[in-house]
Design a protein around this ligand. Structure first.
Ligand code: KG4
Ligand code: ZN
Length: 333
């Protein structure tokens, strides 16, 4: 089964072709980072226009790399939310119209579920039930993935998302955007590891908080203007990694999870990956870094799971419901 998948929820246009839910035949990602860098952040209207500019060309290229024609595609999938509404509408409408004109089934996919599903593109799929930590620019969520691939939210951030904290601290240190890779690089150059920033444990909950840490970093920079950016980046990252790892492992142990899943852009972070692999006795699944940040292959993987399990894409969308639920057109089922 060939799935043509689209992702346009934020500042990356991505089109992928997935074979049988596992093989990535193509996964093109057109980033708008350079454009948004000029304004110091994403302008939603600009993001939507940029998606419009490149989506059809990217689709042709993606099919060409996969060595397929549109007629070979069995099913079309697209992110339906959460994300920037204008940006989402571009990819969603393009994909939906394509499915309509070709009379192919259409599967709307929740973006968070897509991040989790990236782990099904790896050789070994996670054993269920699993606890998934989704850490991106917009989300920090702990989600229980049940045996039938439905979801239950266990907790999440009460303020900033982990990726957002990376981005903001990077701005404070003038290290560039996106902040995650910039902070990670600075941290790896630190020569002293004595600085320690606070950790918000929020004990007896599965929740997180990063705004206090952000303020602590800001105050430290103000009070110690000559301090080392590398050391600050290391101490900030250490605090985030420590809390994310311990709380996720605790949540997984509490429910006897068979595996831990890490997903989302921040899962590309080397220290986070290593810390999980070192500390957890429960098997840890983390996608390759290119499949952690926004991409359409993960949307194709989630769509395939829906077909495979014959489930409606409603569980996570019910929790976040930032967009009206889409329709499921599985004519072939
Ligand atoms: O999943 P994603 O590509 O987009 C959203 O759905 O938000 O995540 C983007 C976020 C950004 O905040 C970025 O700074 C962060 O992921 N990120 C990282 C790393 N690479 C990307 N954070 C920490 N370390 C990284 N290596
Ligand atoms: Zn994302």
């Amino acid at each position: 089964m060939y799935i043509l998948a689209f992702e346009t929820s934020c500042d990356e246009t991505s089109v992928a072709v997935i074979e049988n839910g596992k093989s990535i035949l193509s996964n093109l990602v057109e980033s708008q980072v350079k454009i948004h860098n000029k304004t110091g952040g994403i302008v939603p209207e600009v993001a939507a226009r940029e998606h419009l500019k490149c989506i059809s060309q990217l689709t042709n290229k993606s099919l060409e790399i996969a060595k397929l024609q549109l007629e070979d595609i069995d099913c079309i999938a697209s992110t339906m939310g959460p994300g920037l509404p204008g940006a989402l509408i571009v990819g969603f409408s393009f994909a939906r119209s394509m499915s309509y004109s070709l009379s192919k089934p259409f599967i709307p996919v929740d973006h968070i579920e897509g991040h989790i599903a990236a782990n099904w593109l790896e050789d070994q799929s996670p054993e269920l039930p699993a606890v998934a930590l989704v850490v991106s620019g917009g989300h920090t969520e702990l989600i229980l993935v049940k045996e039938n691939l439905t979801f239950e939210r266990l907790g999440g951030t009460r303020d900033d998302a982990a990726g957002e904290a990376f981005d903001k601290v990077s701005r404070m240190l003038d290290a560039g955007y996106p902040g995650g890779p910039a902070i990670s690089k600075l941290a790896s150059e630190a020569t002293s590891m004595n600085l320690k920033f606070p950790r918000a444990w929020l004990r007896n909950t599965n929740d997180f908080s990063f705004s206090g840490l952000k303020t602590a970093v800001l105050n430290y920079i103000k009070n110690e203007p000559n301090s080392s950016a590398q050391e600050i980046a290391w101490a900030f990252q250490d605090s985030v990694v420590d809390v994310l790892t311990k709380k996720t492992i605790d949540a997984a142990q509490a429910i006897d999870a068979k595996s831990i899943i890490i997903a989302g852009g921040v899962a590309a972070n080397k220290d986070l990956r290593n810390n999980f692999l070192q500390k957890s006795i429960i098997p840890v699944h983390i996608p390759a870094p290119a499949l952690c940040t926004d991409n359409a292959a993960m949307i194709g993987a989630a769509a395939f799971n829906h077909i495979d399990q014959a489930i409606l894409p409603e569980s996570i969308i019910d929790i976040y419901s930032t967009m009206t639920r889409g329709e499921l057109f599985l004519d072939k089922k």
